[in-house]
Design a protein around this ligand. Structure first.
Ligand code: FAD
Length: 315
């Protein structure tokens, strides 16, 4: 009934709406059941209307980027999955920052990180090199404070634009202290369940430095080559499953516990990189969850260290 009413409320949306859509297409693990409804609002006005409608109808929502850091459920997600991939704006703002050679650049949450990286290298803006080879949208990257050994979003973000669950917009000026390791303070981080609603990231202003396109290209090319040799990029996975414990490497701990190649159902600890779980053939989300639990238990038994999931588990 709720979904019938929602259908009526959003019938004039220009953005695409899909009913009973397979979740498998929506995440890099290639697992999951069905989304009751998947909505790509065309713009902020549609997003605001949508949030008001789902709020009124008491329909939970989950904001999904490119699904490269989520474990979606095997059954039906009884809510709305919202994707802001239409929010792709990329604009150099006219005003130079008072900090000197920094240029403020607006990026929409739906833009892909690799598009931003490509643009920044081409146009001689330094600061985004840490994104080389990191999949997903800017919104997912900001939520996760995604990064590599070259840095993370905390180093370049100046302001974040959000839409609250009641459909109102606001902006938050941020500093590196508003971010942590794969976390931030402006959206509630971590595992979210139905009905646990969080603000949606609309975009951000980044502070980028002047850089030499040739030097930037060399850094990015090297990073991508290194990643290709160390990560199982051809098999469905979601990158690092666990956060690195302070001063340690989750991959090394898992390998030392003898878990490389350990398999439950269609989910296997990667032979290439032990912190990656691969979907080696029709894995269920439950196989991956069970494998995560097993890895945590064994690493705790063998090394006495508690691993914490980096992947966001959607229940
Ligand atoms: C092969 C591979 C390599 C990877 N390497 C790295 C790496 O080197 N470093 C790294 O940090 N990560 C890495 N990842 C993980 C992942 O790519 C990043 O976390 C990425 O930033 C997630 O972006 P996404 O659009 O896919 O987000 P999703 O996976 O779709 O979502 C992740 C979280 O962000 C939230 N979210 C997404 N968009 C928004 C929004 N607009 N507003 C509010 N919340 C939002 C979601 O609700 C969810 O909680 C890798 C993944 C893969 C598959």
């Amino acid at each position: 009934m709720k979904f019938k009413l929602l259908k009526k409320e959003i019938k004039d949306f220009k953005g695409k709406v899909f009913w009973d859509e397979s979740l498998k297409k929506l995440n890099s693990f290639k697992v999951g059941g069905v989304a009751r409804v998947l909505i790509f609002p065309q713009d902020e006005t549609e997003l605001s209307l949508l949030l008001k409608s789902v709020g009124k109808l008491d329909i939970p929502y989950f904001i999904l980027g490119d699904g490269s850091n989520v474990l979606l459920p095997d059954d039906v997600y009884e809510g709305a999955i919202i994707n802001v991939s239409n929010f792709k704006e990329l604009k150099v703002l006219g005003v130079r920052s008072p900090e000197g050679d920094l240029t403020p650049v607006y990026v929409g949450a739906g833009l892909s990180k690799q598009m931003l990286l490509f643009w920044s290298v081409q146009n001689g803006y330094a600061g985004c090199e840490f994104l080389a080879g990191v999949p997903g949208q800017i919104g997912g990257g900001l939520f996760m404070n995604a990064g590599t050994h070259l840095g993370d979003f905390s180093k370049i973000v100046k302001e974040v634009y959000l839409m609250d669950p009641d459909g109102t917009k606001r902006s938050v000026k941020v500093t590196p202290s508003d971010f942590g390791y794969r976390s931030q303070k402006f959206c509630k981080p971590g595992v979210r369940s139905h009905g646990d609603l969080t603000p949606i990231i609309l975009g951000a202003t980044l502070n980028l430095r002047k850089g030499d396109p040739l030097k930037l290209k060399a850094i990015v090319t090297k990073m991508i080559q290194e990643r290709k040799s160390k990560q199982p990029l051809k098999i469905p996975n979601c990158g690092s499953t666990f956060k690195n414990p302070p001063g340690n490497s989750a991959g090394k701990l898992i390998e030392a516990a003898g878990l490389k190649g350990f398999q439950i159902g269609g989910a296997m600890v990667s032979m290439t990189h032990a912190n990656f779980i691969e979907n080696v053939g029709n894995a269920k989300s439950l196989d991956i969850l069970n494998l995560i639990s097993h890895v945590k238990k064994r690493v705790k038994e063998v090394q006495g260290i508690e691993l914490e999931e980096e992947v966001i588990v959607v229940r």
